[in-house]
Design a binder for this molecule. Structure first.
Ligand code: NAD
Ligand code: SER
Length: 318
């Protein structure tokens, strides 16, 4: 029986993953944790065990693992790309030292570990189209540096200490429950809110800038399916390219216009996030994930747009 600790559980992924894991493994077997119990998450905090865990505090992490007899850590606590460029020291502290603490605790307490990497693990010298699973990784952001180092560290803990580490390189994730935490791909979430509220959106990412993206239900499936995959079939543990779609701002605008014909898009490009976006792939090759553990996303752009608009309308009371 899995006993799971989710770090960073109140973020964009964790707030939905925790609920899904509780449905599958039982409420009492899934412990949500974050560095503080933020307002607005009372329902999640009350729906099962919750612990305050700052991942930079190894003792606090170890105590939560021991107290709840945890055997699986899903490590989501992190600083994302745009915030990481504003505060690279914090990004290193949380993304590297936090992961190191998770792996050390996992080693001593016999836990398996899932940690997401990102398209940010690639850089300007990486092939941009159909970016291969195994290729050049020379990112230009602190977030990207921590993601490459994290992939290597997770491989190291598997080979050296036998810790069952697994991970995927997520693209930009789109969801309606919790707002994203300060990444470069966040525009692809904000655009839906503004489409419903204002019928227009000003994009900080410029026209023609393609990035990989995925709808949250597919991202949750990716985590659970990889966690449950037969280890004998896994050649690439940390981390698998996964994607569902690749689009530029004008492509998502066209998809929204199929449902809100009067929607308008214009641009006010932010040079920092634009440079980050341009250093990332246009589209990933995720064939290794498809072959090794059956990865297969369900949502394309229009299916996601329809579902996002339907659910956001309810959330925003429109
Ligand atoms: P998020 O920013 O929404 O959530 C991260 C959570 O971690 C936040 O609630 C934050 O308060 C918490 N946190 C920060 N510092 C902490 C600390 N010291 N101790 C404990 N908690 C701390 O991020 P997310 O989108 O849910 O991302 C989760 C993981 O997935 C990250 O590793 C991220 O890099 C990766 N990822 C996300 C995306 C995406 O588009 N959302 C894409 C690729 C990879
Ligand atoms: N969505 C994330 C970001 O933009 C990708 O890792 O930071």
């Amino acid at each position: 029986m899995r006993r799971i600790l989710v770090t960073g559980a109140l973020g964009q992924i964790g707030s939905e993953l925790t609920v899904r894991l509780r449905e599958i493994y039982g409420e009492s077997n899934v412990v949500a944790s974050s560095k503080s119990a933020k307002d607005g998450h009372e329902e999640l905090v009350a729906s099962g065990p919750f612990e305050i865990v700052d991942v930079t505090n190894r003792e606090q992490l170890a105590q939560a693992v021991q107290k709840h007899k945890i055997n699986t850590i899903i490590h989501l606590a992190a600083i994302l790309s745009a915030v990481g460029e504003q505060n690279p020291h914090l990004a290193w502290e949380v993304n590297i030292n936090g992961l190191y603490n998770v792996l050390e605790v996992a080693r001593h307490e016999n836990c398996s570990v899932f940690t997401p990497s990102s398209i940010a693990a690639f850089g300007d010298s990486t092939p941009k189209d159909k970016t291969p699973q195994d290729t050049i990784q020379r990112p230009s952001t602190m977030y990207g540096v921590t993601k490459v180092a994290g992939e290597l560290l997770c491989d190291y803990y598997f080979h050296k200490f036998g810790v069952d580490t697994r991970g995927v390189r997520f693209p930009g994730l789109i969801s309606y429950k919790t707002l994203p935490g300060g990444g470069t791909t966040d525009y692809a979430v904000h655009i839906y809110y503004e489409a419903l509220r204002q019928k227009r959106y000003t994009s900080y990412i410029g026209p023609g800038t393609k990035m990989d993206m995925m709808y949250m239900p597919d991202a949750l499936d990716a985590i659970i399916n990889l966690m449950e995959a037969d280890p004998k079939k896994l050649i690439h543990r940390n981390a698998f390219n996964v994607t569902a779609m690749s689009f530029a701002p004008e492509d998502i605008a066209r998809s929204i216009q199929k449902f809100i014909p009067e929607f308008e898009l214009d641009f006010d490009v932010d040079p920092v996030r634009q440079a980050i976006a341009e250093s990332w792939p246009n589209s990933l090759d995720d064939s290794a994930a498809r072959e090794e553990w059956g990865w297969s996303p369900k949502y394309d752009l229009d299916a996601m747009t329809e579902d996002m608009l339907k659910n956001l309308k309810i959330k925003l009371g429109l």
